[in-house]
Design a protein around this ligand. Structure first.
Ligand code: BES
Ligand code: MN
Ligand code: ZN
Length: 500
């Protein structure tokens, strides 16, 4: 897949498919006007039929347009307003991607720079158009019979701009292209890891995949097993893993793109490769989807990949505690008490609240790297889906500035998050009569009390937590991992790289 910028274009060059935007009610943006002239009014006559209304999300392929050297014309509706709203852009970009994928187009000339988008530069809008297209190309079909008629996938996109851009605008545009490529590559990898079934994607398999990715990029890797965990006193992580025949792993990657003495950004991701709930067994309905309980871990690893591919001048460390959570004669039982690496003891009231346990020990491990900030992401609570649905991740943290940065990165990447409060009062719900902490806080505010639990292990550094339970995968007809929050993380890192 190759994307390149083409300046000084006239739109009369031959190509396989020219992509153009149209407004509602026949109003034409600059490029469409040009094409209308070249085709002797064909476009206006087509739009006058009114079948294609150009509302955001509508797309239309036209063939053999008179006067055009392009073999196909693909029209994208962008609505009525002067400026396209951010959410509408996402809808239009997604629809464009689906049309391109369905028609199995292999080459595109994208002439969408004339669409003004609210609160976004033309480069930032271009990144979102490209991501919509690339996102829709994703398939996970490696376990299916090879098709008789192989699919054609996209090979080349030319991003067209009329004028010769000034140096700064050109640099910004090039950055948008490389960013779109890095984000889609990283989130596709995260999706591949997550879509893999639990009988393949085990903790040791995940560690191998991470190691391969890291070795290809010269990224330093440490993989810890049960012996090292025992020595470190990681009994929360070991306690979750003890009901499984698969050994747990702690996967640690260090990307060093920054100064040798620059404190790292540490990304901690929940890598629960299958969550049956343990002795507090989950109901059978949709239990297969608990193979996705490692999406936070996959995102942390993928963010490291993107940082390396973009050669960001930062030090970034990923830590992924990986384990299964299964019922077994050896499994942790409700009421058992385990001691964390940090020394706090935890009464395990519900073995299905396992994510916070493995994260707690990983967050304690993070301390040794003297982090600048620590961000964890986890498919942590069903309650988060009740609070925010499948659109928005929850963010909570102990440092307002860091939370703001993440909210901003969520907005700029269209991979949005919203803050929930971490008020002191919620800590009450985690009291245990027999240990320092209970691992559950009851039904009210489940996402907040889970974050409160984590906050007890992150007091010594700036920390924020993303609960991605609602956004990491889709159920139903389009079942599959989404790759979120990789876009948010990459925007966060890019922003950090700029500020440094
Ligand atoms: N991995 C689940 C959370 C989850 C459930 C995410 C469904 C997405 C969809 C987590 O380990 C879990 O089971 N959490 C429990 C916590 C409860 C026992 C306090 C939950 O949310 O029910
Ligand atoms: Mn669970
Ligand atoms: Zn879980």
């Amino acid at each position: 897949m190759e994307i390149s910028l083409q300046q000084n274009v006239t739109l009369s060059e031959p190509c396989a498919c020219l992509v153009l935007a149209c407004h509602e009610k026949g109003r034409l943006p600059a490029n469409a006007k040009k094409i209308d002239e070249l085709s002797d009014g064909f476009l206006s006559r087509f739009l006058a039929h009114g079948d294609f209304t150009a509302e955001p999300g509508q797309c239309q392929l036209l063939y053999a347009v008179p006067g055009l050297a392009a073999e196909r014309l693909l029209l994208v509706g962008v609505g009525a307003g002067e400026k396209l709203a951010e959410g509408k852009l996402q809808k239009a970009a997604r629809a464009l991607g689906q049309t391109v994928a369905r028609a199995q187009l292999t080459n595109l000339h994208l002439a969408l720079a004339d669409v003004a988008v609210a609160h976004r530069s033309s480069a930032a809008a271009t990144e979102l158009w490209l991501r919509g297209i690339l996102d829709a190309q994703y398939r996970f079909d490696q376990h299916k019979e090879p098709a008789k008629h192989p699919r054609h996938s996209l090979e080349k996109i030319n991003v067209l701009v009329h004028e010769k851009l000034a140096a700064e605008a050109e640099a910004e545009m090039q950055q948008a292209l490389s960013s779109a490529i890095a984000i889609s590559r990283a989130s596709d990898w995260a999706r591949d890891l997550a879509n893999q079934p639990g009988n393949i994607c085990t903790p040791s398999w995940l560690a191998e995949q991470a190691t391969q990715m890291a070795q290809a990029r010269g990224i330093e890797t440490e993989i810890l097993g049960p012996t090292e965990m025992e020595e470190l006193g990681m009994h929360l992580l070991l306690g979750v893993a003890q009901g499984s025949r698969q050994e747990p792993r702690l996967i640690v990657l260090h990307y060093r793109g920054g100064a040798a003495d620059a404190a790292p950004i540490v990304l901690v991701g929940k890598g629960l490769t299958f969550d049956a709930g343990g002795i507090s067994l989950k109901p059978a309905d949709k239990m297969d989807e608990m193979k996705y309980d490692m999406c936070g871990g996959a995102a942390a690893l993928a963010a490291i990949q993107a940082a390396a591919d973009l050669a960001l001048p930062l030090n970034v460390t990923a830590i992924v505690p990986a384990s299964e959570n299964l019922p077994d004669g050896q499994a942790t039982k409700p009421g058992d008490i385990h001691r964390s690496m940090a020394g706090l003891t935890v009464e395990i009231i519900n073995t299905d609240a396992e994510g916070r346990l493995i994260l707690a020990d990983a967050l304690s491990y993070a301390k040794r790297f003297n982090p600048d900030v620590v961000i964890d992401m986890a498919t942590l609570t069903g309650a988060c889906i009740i609070a925010l649905g499948h659109q928005t991740a929850a963010v909570l943290g102990n440092h307002e500035g860091l939370v703001m940065e993440l909210l901003h990165a969520g907005r700029s990447s269209q991979d949005r998050a919203w803050e929930l409060p971490l008020f002191e009062e919620y800590q009450e719900q985690l009291k245990s009569p027999f240990a320092d902490l209970s691992n559950v806080g009851g039904r009210p505010a489940g996402t907040i009390t889970a974050a409160c639990f984590l906050s007890r292990f992150t007091e010594e550094y700036r920390w924020a937590h993303l609960d991605i339970a609602g956004v990491a995968w889709q159920s139903g007809e389009h079942k599959g991992a989404t790759g979120r929050p990789v876009p948010l993380l990459v925007h966060f890192l890019r922003q950090r790289a700029k500020a440094d």
